[in-house]
Design a protein around this ligand. Structure first.
Ligand code: ADP
Ligand code: DAR
Length: 390
């Protein structure tokens, strides 16, 4: 069968995505970028500009910025612009479309990252600085739903990078192993309510894995955005989950970030869930050196998680509001909330349960982020009661 020119281009392009998903794009080193990479960058960028993508990558990667950045590389890992934008080039339905291959990328490719950060985190300008860490006390936040009429469960998570290591596209198989042993060593020192066990993904029984995912404890596999960003290389080496004995405190190892620290439980007691996460972060911070940038705050693979890297979410049923999508969208914008499906990102709601959380993670202290989410969820519940009585 003769392939026409367009489908050949499509195939070549698919090859780009597959190649990106399975290998890091090393530039020639010494600051020189591989000509083949440059060619595929040009191709991918042309297709993106011709697409109807709504990603912030398409919105902010102007031709001028593209020309300026396309030959840049980071000093320590020779990361290229391709490392940063491959996911958005392969997935035009991305929201953001960018990831940082290593910590230096946020500076070397600042002309791209800064406008996206400002747009996503609602006006964290390039002249702004993340405030110093201030967790505050969870007791300030009353239970969001003491009678249990709306909220199924509450979860608060943050991400951390271990100083001295790059992010997924630049991690070697040995790096993944080293990171896992550092993180595993740290979590196994946890005591009291945090005591538990570490389960590596390598060798994990498939039924155990599927049950942990179904229980919303373990991360899903096969996220195409992460795969195209080079986050699935050497899978499942170095990946795993720590679960405390009471199954309300978890640590993810090497999924999207080096570390995700998670507290969760049934009901709407945000303050209690938050305090438990803070206790875990502080205990692990005594064992590991986290990578925190003076301006950007805690560094993460995805710029949507910079700053505090906190996502506080409720699994919640708001049936009346969910029947008014425009009203719901307006309220989410008003309270700066993000709505996900029941199984988190890129999933649909099942049985009327949505995952609703704070959208922004930067420009506020940890305490202020939690307050923003708390007040937003309270506002949604009030609006739901009003909608039910109208
Ligand atoms: P992240 O929080 O790391 O951004 P996801 O959105 O993919 O990741 O969610 C990860 C898992 O956490 C999913 O299984 C999701 O259903 C679960 N989850 C999120 N919020 C809650 C919650 N409030 N209660 C129970 N599970 C939750
Ligand atoms: N799907 C990617 C990621 C956006 C934020 N979610 C993360 N980091 N898990 C996108 O650009 O839409």
């Amino acid at each position: 069968m003769l392939l026409n020119f367009k489908s050949l281009l499509e195939l070549r392009y698919l090859g780009l995505c597959t190649h990106l998903a399975i290998s890091r794009y090393a530039s020639k080193g010494g600051g020189k970028i591989d000509q083949e990479v440059l060619k595929q960058l040009e191709e991918g960028y042309k297709k993106l500009t011709e697409s109807n993508s709504k990603s912030l990558l398409k919105k902010h990667l102007t031709k001028e910025i593209f020309e300026k950045l396309k030959t840049q590389t980071t000093p320590s890992f020779n990361s290229t612009l391709m490392h940063c934008i491959s996911s958005g080039l392969c997935n035009h339905d991305s929201g953001m479309g960018v990831y940082a291959p290593d910590p230096e990328a946020y500076k070397v490719f600042a002309d791209l990252f800064d406008p996206l950060i400002e747009d996503y985190h609602k006006c964290f300008k390039k002249t702004d600085k993340q405030p110093a860490t201030k967790f505050g006390k969870g007791k300030d936040f009353e239970n969001l739903d003491p009678d249990g009429n709306f909220i199924v469960s509450t979860r608060v998570r943050c991400g951390r990078a271990v100083k001295g290591f790059p992010f997924n596209p630049c991690l070697t198989e040995q790096d993944y192993g080293e990171l896992e042993s550092k993180i595993c060593g740290a979590v196994m020192t946890l005591s009291g309510e945090y005591k538990g066990k570490y389960m590596p993904l390598t060798g994990m029984d498939k039924c155990v894995q599927e049950q942990l995912i179904a229980d919303h404890f373990l991360f899903k596999e096969g996220d195409r955005f992460l795969a195209a960003a080079g986050a699935s290389r050497y899978w499942p080496t170095g990946r795993g989950i720590f679960l405390n004995d009471t199954k309300n405190f978890l640590v993810w190892c090497n999924e999207e970030d080096h570390i995700r620290i998670i507290s969760m439980e049934k009901g709407g007691d945000l303050g209690k869930v938050y305090d438990r996460m803070v206790g875990g972060v502080e205990a692990l911070g005594k064992q590991l050196e986290f990578n925190r940038d003076e301006r950007l705050g805690f560094l993460t693979f995805c710029p949507t998680n910079l700053g505090t890297s906190i996502r506080a979410s409720v699994h919640i049923r708001l049936p009346s509001l969910m029947c008014q999508p425009e009203e719901m969208k307006k309220l989410a914008e008003k309270y700066r909330l993000q709505i996900r499906g029941t199984s988190g990102e890129h999933s649909e709601a099942k049985d009327g349960v949505h995952d609703i959380s704070n959208q922004r993670r930067m420009g506020l202290t940890e305490y202020e982020i939690i307050k923003e989410m708390h007040d937003g969820i309270k506002g949604l519940i009030e609006a739901e009661c009003k909608a039910r009585n109208s």
